[in-house]
Design a protein around this ligand. Structure first.
Ligand code: DOR
Ligand code: ZN
Length: 343
């Protein structure tokens, strides 16, 4: 097979950042994705409808001319979020709210402590049909970082799903066999996104033969048995798992640092890398469902009507992406040869 044409895909989880960075991140995503769920972990976070709509306008202003990419906005839940905030914000442009346990990841200091205190908010979300997107890791210092996803399922997520079975939950960027099994065991309102890095890599790619800061993301890469389970489940074609890149740019000097930031900037190569994974799994026929159908179906949005074509053609991901402010970003898979190219 030398080319693949699929329904245009959407990215159900990414980070665009703000300001000057939008001129890099928005075109990079809009080159192939039609819609994206935009994470609200700015500084300060996007906690109100007004902030989300203003942020959306800044994203639209950075869209290439003639491109009809559509940003879908999210609200950042805090301990101060009220059911009224949810009811006011929920719309087709703000379809979801994001739960970060406090301290779980980049810019999550303002996030939620004592998740149960948000149950009235979850109740409101369930009623109005707003999706709950969850960064599923506990944050207690004593819990091993490799166990934090499983611990989150056991101590919070299972209870939330049981108490609010009608609440649509996306367990974001899952990394473990435990998460796969949990999502499969849940009802139709529970789904998950999976990133390219968690399908392509395991913790050896982070730590063996030298620390590779550009493979560092959260949740952290796990052992290869978990990677294999993620690969198996996407190859199975289950509609509970769909594309969310978690593309998350950080300036090079903040990743190549004694306390490096978490995040892989994959917008430049994500769809090509997913195609590579599905081909390696002999499951290229399952790419379209994962990339272009199941997410839209879960969000109850129409599937895209246009298509994209990927050609079997090699190209090398650039080593650096230069920003107007003089910083540079090292994209995910920098300097590596890819087998598929967007036409
Ligand atoms: O690796 C990550 N980077 N994981 C997250 O959850 C946040 C993201 C970021 O914002 O940089
Ligand atoms: Zn993210």
């Amino acid at each position: 097979m030398n080319q693949i044409t699929i329904t245009a895909p959407d990215d159900w989880h990414l980070h665009f950042r703000d300001g000057e960075m939008l001129n890099e991140t928005v075109p990079a995503t809009a080159r192939c994705f039609k819609r994206a769920i935009v994470m609200p972990n700015l500084v300060p976070p996007v906690t109100t409808k007004e902030q989300a709509l203003a942020y959306r306008q800044r994203i639209l202003a950075a869209r290439p001319a003639g491109n009809d990419f559509e940003p879908l906005m999210t609200l950042y839940l805090t301990n101060d979020t009220t059911p009224e905030d949810i009811i006011a914000a929920h719309s087709s442009t703000i379809p979801a709210a994001k739960l970060y346990p406090a301290g779980a990841t980049t810019n999550s200091d303002a996030a939620v402590e004592g998740i149960e205190s948000l149950y009235p908010v979850f109740e409101a979300m369930s009623k109005v049909g707003m999706l709950l997107l969850i960064h599923g890791e506990v944050t207690q210092a004593e819990v091993d970082i490799f166990d934090r996803e499983k611990a989150f399922i056991d101590s919070h997520l299972a209870a939330i799903h049981a108490k609010f079975p009608d609440l649509k939950i996306v367990f974001e960027h899952i990394t473990t066999a435990d998460a796969v099994d949990f999502v499969l065991s849940g009802n139709a309102n529970l789904a998950a996104t999976i990133t390219p890095q968690h399908l392509l890599l395991n913790r050896n790619d982070l730590l063996a033969g030298g620390i590779r800061p550009h493979n560092y993301c959260l949740p952290v890469l796990k052992r290869s048995t978990h990677q294999q389970r993620l690969r198996e489940v996407v190859a199975s074609g289950s509609n509970k798992f769909f594309l969310g890149t978690d593309s998350a740019p950080h300036a090079k000097h903040t990743k190549e640092n004694s306390c490096g930031c978490a995040g892989c900037y994959s917008a430049w190569s994500a769809i090509e890398l997913y195609a590579q994974v599905f081909e390696d799994l002999n499951a290229i026929d399952k790419l379209e469902g994962f990339a272009s159908h199941y997410g839209a179906d879960f969000y109850k949005m129409p599937r895209n009507t246009s298509t994209i074509t990927l050609l079997r053609d090699t190209w090398t991901v650039p080593e650096n992406v230069e920003l107007a402010n003089g910083d540079s970003i090292v994209p995910f898979y920098a300097g590596q040869l890819l087998k598929w190219k967007l036409a």
